[in-house]
Design a protein around this ligand. Structure first.
Ligand code: MG
Length: 259
């Protein structure tokens, strides 16, 4: 039985600034049915606080301690290892790292920096890594959907630096197993009792299945037909939206008898 649900945020609960139809009620239904809920995101154009505020404005009911972000995971690792980061991140994410010492950097952090991914900044990151700085990535997402168009995410830029420096990045958000484990531990349940709901076949679904969770791909956000065929692990659910995903958790017999 599924006892906890991890919701990806962008593309699952909302698209651009509007909630996905029925998503607010679906999260509430999960709570009413005593499911533990968490909100897990690789989104790195906003701080955790900004993300929480925008979900609250849209009408979702959630609190800060239910939100796990990839930038938050990066911040924790920087603190634990006493690293001074060179942050190639979006302007709006800078506050997340503002209180960390960033003089003479000895680590490189890459998030979705948008226009910040220019030659000068990428070259600076490249030089630091060649001097021995570890490359820390928020996520490996290839792209996301915004204003009805697919947009490059951080993954391709991390891959470029890995190629140039012949190193492997340490990915601290989805699809890293450690990120999913942190989320699972916070629910108090075992991985197989936790369902990840996401619109990214690789970072959300494949990553969660590899970490031992259950997973559901929704056909909203960045989903394009055929994405489900890219999932190598067996057992993924395919649902029209987060609404169907929650209904399937709450009324499993409706689905097992029909399918
Ligand atoms: Mg998403």
């Amino acid at each position: 039985m599924i006892k906890a649900i991890l919701f990806d945020i962008s593309g699952v609960l909302h698209v651009d600034n509007a909630p996905v139809t029925g998503a607010i009620e679906a999260v509430q239904l999960a709570r009413d049915e005593q499911k533990v809920v968490r909100f897990v995101t690789n989104t790195s154009r906003h701080t955790s606080t900004d993300m929480l505020q925008s979900l609250l404005r849209m009408g979702f009911d959630l609190s800060m301690d239910e939100v796990l972000t990839a930038p938050g995971a990066v911040r924790l690792v920087l603190q634990q290892r006493h690293l001074r980061p060179y942050c190639l991140v979006h302007e709006q994410l800078r506050p997340e790292f503002a209180d960390l010492d960033q003089t003479s950097p000895n680590a490189v952090v890459i998030a979705d920096a948008a226009e910040g991914f220019n030659y000068e900044n990428m070259n600076r990151a490249f030089q630091l890594i060649m001097e021995g700085a570890p490359l820390l990535g928020v996520g490996l997402n290839r792209y996301f959907r915004q204003n009805d168009q697919l947009q490059l995410d951080a993954g391709p830029f991390i891959a470029a630096l890995e190629y140039a420096c012949d190193v492997e990045a340490e990915i601290l958000g989805k699809p890293a197993s450690a990120f999913f484990q942190t989320a699972v531990t916070s629910t108090g349940f075992a991985a197989e009792e936790v369902l990840m709901v996401g619109d990214d076949a690789f970072a959300d679904v494949e990553g969660a299945l590899a970490a031992g969770l259950r997973a559901c791909l929704v056909q909203t956000g960045k989903y394009t037909p055929g994405d489900e065929e890219k999932i190598r692990h067996p057992g993924a659910w395919l649902c029209r939206s987060v609404v169907e995903a929650v209904h399937r958790v709450v009324n499993p017999s409706d689905y097992y008898s029909n399918k």
